[in-house]
Design a protein around this ligand. Structure first.
Ligand SMILES: C[S@@+](CC[C@H](N)C(=O)[O-])C[C@H]1O[C@@H](n2cnc3c(N)ncnc32)[C@H](O)[C@@H]1O
Length: 241
């Protein structure tokens, strides 16, 4: 199990620990719509998870032992809610830093009667380290992460060796890390990072990308990319025993 050595970044820094300061996002204080604000107020106690509560117990959280899927950076949550609705035999946890997106996701999930989904409004790097037990995830989804196009910003990309290793620790043996991007250079870097990481097997028949699975609904960013004429690259890697 990952040892939980700190509660907040501030505490860890006070203890002299090295904390990654380059983040994969820039916090935008987008304004909440009335519906998003209402959903957050009304349904956070049912759907919301808090970083400061530490490690979760998936069994007690969902009241069953169904396989657990973690989605990182779900945006406005439309495709995540659709997936959760289509797969009641799975449990889902979404992590997103953008508050209006979290509000929109909760509002939609409630409207759709989805009960197998919980969400964090927090940096996924810290959620992985502090809240997700080792070897508990059947799947991790990372769809259209911010591509950080400019070379000088590539260090902000969430997919890098330390992240790939953190995901591997949290996956069960046989669990799958599924990524998709519409930015070719990011797809190539994802492929290089994943192929050189120990403990993973590429599920691609051609040892690179997989065909778009039917289980992945069109996401907002994918739709935008399509309108711009972008291609899409899906990668799926299985955790080896
Ligand atoms: C380009 S958007 C894609 C959103 C959605 N997956 C889609 O395809 O429509 C990337 C999202 O990842 C979120 N994000 C970036 N870094 C994150 C992190 N470290 N933890 C949680 N969310 C993050 C951003 O706030 C943003 O909403």
């Amino acid at each position: 199990m990952t040892e939980r050595t700190h509660k907040t970044i501030e505490q860890a820094e006070q203890e002299g620990k090295y904390i990654r300061k380059v983040r994969s996002f820039v916090k935008r204080e987008g304004r909440l719509t009335k519906a998003q604000a209402k959903a957050l107020e009304q349904f956070w106690p049912i759907m919301g998870l808090n970083h400061q509560d530490g490690m979760i117990n998936p069994h007690t959280l969902f009241g069953n032992n169904n396989p657990l899927v973690l989605e990182i950076g779900f945006g406005m949550g439309k495709s995540l809610v659709e997936m959760a609705k289509n797969a009641p035999e799975l449990n889902f946890i979404g992590v997103e830093v953008h508050r209006p997106g979290v509000g929109a996701c909760i509002a939609l999930a409630q409207e759709q009667g989805v009960t197998n989904l919980k969400v964090y409004e927090h940096d996924a790097i810290e959620i992985l380290a502090d809240c997700i037990p080792d070897a508990c995830l059947a799947k991790v989804q990372l769809f259209f992460p911010d591509p950080w196009h400019k070379k000088k910003h590539h260090k902000r990309r969430i997919v890098q060796a330390s992240f790939v290793e953190a995901i591997r620790e949290k996956l069960q043996v046989g669990g799958v890390f599924h990524m998709a991007t519409d930015w070719e250079n990011y797809a190539e870097c994802m492929l290089a990072d994943m192929s050189s990481a120990p403990g993973y097997k590429n599920l691609s028949a051609t040892n690179d990308y997989v065909p778009r699975p039917d289980s992945r609904p069109l996401t907002k960013f994918e739709h935008r990319g399509q309108n711009l004429g972008h291609g899409v690259w899906d990668l799926q890697f299985e955790k080896l025993g």
